[in-house]
Design a protein around this ligand. Sequence first.
Ligand SMILES: Cc1ncc(C[n+]2csc(CCOP(=O)(O)OP(=O)(O)O)c2C)c(N)n1
Length: 394
Amino acid sequence: MVSAEMVKSKGKNGKGTHAAKSVLREDCFRIMNEDNTVDLKRDPKLDKNLMLRMYRNMALTRAYDERGMMLQRQGRIGFYVPSFGQEAIQTGTAASLEKQDWAFPTYREPGLFIYRGASIYHMLCNLWGNSADVCKGRQMPVHYSFSDLRLFSISSPIATQCMQAVGAAMAAKIQKKKEVAITYCGDGGTSENDFHSALTFAGAMKAPTVLIVTNNQYAISVPFSKQTGCKKIVDKAVGYGMPGIAVDGNDILAVYQATKDAVDRAREGEGPSLIECVTLRMGPHSSSDDPTRYRDEKLFEAWKKRDPILRFREYLTGKKLWDKGKEEALQQELKDLIAKAIDKAEPEPPPTLDDLFNDVYAEMTPQLKRQREALLKEGELRGKFENTSEAFPL
Ligand SMILES: Cc1ncc(C[n+]2csc(CCOP(=O)(O)OP(=O)(O)O)c2C)c(N)n1
């Protein structure tokens, strides 16, 4: 098994092996060549079942995103955030974690949730904000939360999850538990105070945490060049006293290897790491955004050829682990799986008014009780106008 550090240091010698023209920054750690082959010496030779699981996860994430956007365009859900092009980052990092580890993701990591075992049905229930949703409709859509899978509820204010992850990592360290906390943020998130506070604490306390920055080159419409005076996010690692590595975010083998090394180091008490996964956001920021108004189309076309799913499929095909028949069967299976989950999730009833007040405290406070009673009364009164066009009080 090669390690990210080994290959990185060999990068200069091996330059010729992957120097075919790429839009990717030169400094990025990569295992796959631009033609999606892997040189024998660099091949991490991952377990076949692990690789097939990773491939399925990427394909399911893509299928889920496509369906999510479609549901929004059909007016069946209000909002969606796709993660097109970022499937290798989500899956590669997720695959490097153990069950006991904690994850503090952003809204653009559905593949992490899927890999760790979140059901598509429950994820869809979040999109509808219905009564079967884990949070009973009290979170934003696409802000999943699965505490049983150690997937922390997603924060809307960007980068706030970085501090939460470092706190969890510090707690694990104090309790002498072999648990690692991984967190994610975008290039835009690195301009937030929380990002810097998180790195300061993580470095100073040697917290067992891995900070993944997905540099997809845009924060909504703001290009990376306007985000920081630094050329690379990874350069910031040195200032906080931790190792940093930039990785080809569209090369799942490289993402997995770099994250696995960092997770292992954190678990062994060697402290935090910063990983910059370089990619391009291939879809809109969200279903409310039109990227064609600000996107560099040439860049988009160039990265389209580096689709992480296509690249990994070609690698697996070269290893005789995948073929056309298997691909067709998988696509059908995923289509059916999502359709079945939609059929079950869409008709679930909305949350009750009561749910606004439940689950906040173990015992409801007197103030909340009064507010609840007042609202239920209002609801009953409004109920009398059910057949008019007047909207429900919420
Ligand atoms: C503190 C804060 N400021 C602004 C916003 C509005 N906002 C939502 S997403 C976003 C862009 C984030 O970009 P980036 O961190 O690069 O992640 P990406 O969306 O590209 O995955 C902004 C500015 C917010 N949610 N929180």
